[in-house]
Design a protein around this ligand. Structure first.
Ligand code: NOJ
Length: 757
């Protein structure tokens, strides 16, 4: 076996000397390699083909195998399994002229085979340790199967529940989103990718993908730069500062130019302002898509991307096919190509692939470290933290394990839907259904009856759109399904309804214009409520849904999102009180689609409506036919106990512009069971050179408190927490008065005044 690059690496390390810094050794190594590469080999490093659709059959004979041998490939993505990955790597290191190893990427968005709750759900835990752990487990499993690069975290802020990809992000808040972005980068990359279970993160989608007009996926985005910096950029910046190794472009326009060709975004902001020194990959086919955006032909869009600072072309084929003629025409320069190649080689170097191209390819680990009991237990323990209990009249939940329980709904016996969207490596055949989990939880104690009750949608075409590979459609008519459900309900003391979106009802290309429960499911729910029996609604969803009927008529509502491979058992744990839900909303839930965008950290208008009763006020900023308030606000969520908050107390009423202040708030568990509360701190800058939001989250803490006990929760605020980007985009603190607010949600706070001198 000839692995030329290893010999080369050793020689270079010796040449630079043992005392040289790691960076100097890497520079020398990459310089030497670059000096040996032909233009075509360099261009090959910038090409990232998809592996998934070409791995059936003999890899050796496939085109991609030939391209790898010819030095025309830099990496491959979305291939599952060590055998295939090892074979491609072998071709790269043994058959290509320079033996440069490939990088293997995958959409490991919320776990590999052990699937964690979807990212939006994870954000509702507000638990940075759990989120970091979820990324760590994902990295361990993915790396055991040859993956060294994940297309995660997705950190796009979104106030757009019509947009299906809210499911993949962390909701609407930039501060919380930034903390989650850091936690995930740490979880994936661990100790700078030194170990063979630490993989490279790819922060996406830079930038602003979460703000498409009308909530329609891939649609135009247009916003002021001040809004970008103050309200959308923070999670990307934080992920870069946490050392993320790569970034992905977004499909949308930013300031009129598609992100993938936007030099201001990638060079001025990401690299120059934020000092990002990793590499940038496009989203899938985003370079050719710039032609549809109206940026010219293949050569124009390719030059635009390279000039913008985009290093690697995912599946677009244009860098591979068009860069050479562009160099020959003088439209791009060899130096630009060298810069892009250098950044990709540096990533491979940092991953340790030049030392050992097979570092991440270990069949023994693949056989023993994936979907382990330990990882599954962690996923099961994490899920209840993500569930948001929205209503619990008369403490209906948790249910006692006695009496007769009816489990009804299209998602009640649908193990293959539990893991949620974007689970490329999942094995849904292994995942249990709610029906199985409930039966086990109740075994010998209480009878469980089950009926499907309805399909996901009345229309088979809509049903197919939300369950593409995981069809669960029942051929019976709506009336037959309903009749069966009512018969089952008739014999029960309590009904648990498992309703909501199918696995593909949120995620990429899953925008919705109507956010209520799908038609046939709503009719089922209304019929169940009409029986007069207590109903618990478990709402499966990847985004905020509109639930006005439910709030008015259903005694207990819990959003369980999509809780991952272990969701069914985790839901049973919570429904029967072996665990408690402790999540809080990270996106506002509107009353109707007409209110969107609806988010807590909005600016005030000059004509805000009064705090009085929710009725229309002429010449005020409100609606004739709808309240302006949300159905459930950002930060809201109940648990199985209750908490009372005291007033926040400042360490001093005044603070110097370079000083700090502590804020202490007493929180008492007023219920009869231990519980976990997410305590939130918001600020408002009362007078500034640009309008500032009515509230901004600046701190939060998850605290577990015994019944009857009071916890004094203390936060420290410093100057940076009070700063914002002004109209020159300078990050400034303007002295003056600030409201400091603490409470259990953004809509329930007590205030103290701080003056900054
Ligand atoms: C398109 C998606 O937008 C992106 O998030 C994903 O990583 C790529 N496809 C690769 O599958």
């Amino acid at each position: 076996m000839k692995i030329r690059n290893i010999a080369l690496g050793l020689a270079l390390t010796a040449a630079v000397g043992a005392s040289a810094s790691a960076d100097a050794r890497m520079d020398a190594f990459v310089d030497s390699l670059l000096s040996q590469m032909t233009l075509d080999e360099k261009i090959g490093q910038l090409h990232l083909p998809v592996g998934a659709d070409i791995v059936t059959g003999d890899i050796m004979n496939s085109d991609i195998g030939g391209d790898i041998a010819a030095g025309r490939v830099g990496g491959v993505f979305n291939m599952k399994g060590c055998d295939k990955i090892r074979e491609y790597q072998r071709i790269a290191v043994e058959e290509s002229r320079l033996g440069i190893p490939l990088i293997f990427g995958m959409d490991v968005i919320h776990g590999y085979e052990t699937v964690m709750p979807i990212p939006f759900a994870l954000s509702c835990s507000w638990d940075m340790d759990a989120i970091e752990r979820s990324a760590r487990i994902a990295a361990r499993e993915a790396s055991a199967a040859g993956i060294c690069w994940t297309f995660s975290p997705m950190v796009d802020i979104s106030r757009e529940p019509r947009w299906g990809r809210m499911a993949e992000g962390s909701g609407e808040d930039p501060y919380l989103g930034a903390r989650i972005a850091e936690a995930m980068v740490r979880g994936y990359q661990g100790d700078s990718m030194k170990a063979n279970d630490e993989i490279m993160a790819c922060v996406k989608h830079f930038a602003l993908y979460g703000a498409p007009e009308g909530g329609r996926d891939y649609n135009t985005v247009d916003m002021s730069r001040q809004r970008m910096f103050n309200e959308y950029f923070e999670p990307y910046r934080a992920a870069a500062a946490a050392g993320a190794g790569s970034f992905m472009t977004s499909f949308n326009t930013v300031d009129g130019v598609p992100a993938t060709g936007n030099r201001w975004l990638f060079t001025d902001v990401l690299r120059d302002m934020w000092d990002f020194d990793g590499f940038v990959v496009t989203d899938y086919g985003a370079i050719p898509e710039m032609m549809s955006h109206g940026m010219g032909g293949p050569e124009d869009v390719t030059a635009l991307a390279l000039n913008a600072g985009i290093d690697m072309d995912m599946a677009g084929m244009l860098y591979l096919n068009v860069l050479r003629p562009l160099v020959e025409q003088g439209r791009v320069f060899g130096q630009q190509i060298d810069n892009a190649v250098r950044r990709i080689l540096e990533a491979k170097y940092r991953l340790g692939l030049f030392e050992n191209p097979y570092k991440y390819i270990d069949p023994a680990r693949e056989a023993s470290e994936i979907y382990t009991a330990e990882n599954r237990a962690a996923a099961r323990a994490m899920a209840p933290e993500t569930f948001v209990l929205l209503k619990n009249e008369g403490s209906l939940l948790p249910l006692a394990k006695n009496g007769r329980i009816a489990l009804v709904g299209p998602l009640a016996d649908a193990g293959s839907h539990m893991q949620g969207m974007w689970s490329v490596a999942a094995d849904p055949s292994k995942y249990r259904s709610l029906r199985q989990a409930f039966a086990d939880a109740l075994e010998g104690r209480a009878p469980l009856s089950y009926a499907k009750g309805s399909n996901l949608y009345a229309d088979p075409e809509l049903e197919a759109a939300v369950s593409i590979a995981n069809g669960i459609r029942d051929p019976r008519s709506e009336a037959e399904l309903l009749e069966e459900a009512l018969a089952v309900a008739d014999g029960a003391d309590v009904i648990v309804a498992a309703l909501g979106e199918g696995i593909e009802g949120s995620g990429e290309s899953a925008s919705r214009a109507d956010l209520t429960l799908p038609d046939t499911q709503m009719r089922l729910l209304q019929a169940l409520v009409a029986t007069g029996k207590p109903v618990v609604l478990l709402n499966f969803s990847g985004r905020p849904t509109v639930m006005v009927y439910e709030q008015e008529n259903v005694p207990a509502i819990m959003n369980v999102w999509f809780g991952g491979s272990e969701a069914a058992d985790a839901i049973a744990d919570v429904v029967f009180g072996d665990a408690a839900p402790s999540g809080k909303l990270t996106a506002t839930m509107p009353r109707n689609v007409g209110q969107i965008p609806l988010y807590y950290n909005h600016l005030n208008t000059g004509r805000p409506r009064s705090d009085g009763p929710a009725k229309f006020e002429k010449y005020r900023s409100n609606y004739i036919d709808s309240p302006v308030t949300p159905l459930y606000p950002f930060g809201y969520g109940l648990t199985y106990t209750t908490f009372a908050y005291g007033d926040p107390v400042l360490s001093a009423p005044e603070m110097n512009a370079d000083g700090s202040v502590t804020v202490t708030v007493p929180v008492t568990n007023t219920g009869s069971r231990e519980g976990t509360e997410i305590v939130q701190l918001y600020i408002r800058d009362l007078a500034a050179s640009v309008a500032r939001p009515v509230k901004e989250l600046k701190r939060f803490a998850r605290v577990t408190i015994a019944p009857g006990q009071t916890e004094n929760v203390t936060f420290t605020l410093g100057a940076d927490d009070l700063k914002f980007y002004n109209s020159d985009l300078d990050f400034v603190l303007e002295p003056g008065d600030f409201d400091i607010m603490t409470g259990p949600s953004s809509a329930d706070v007590r205030t103290v005044r701080l003056t900054v001198r």
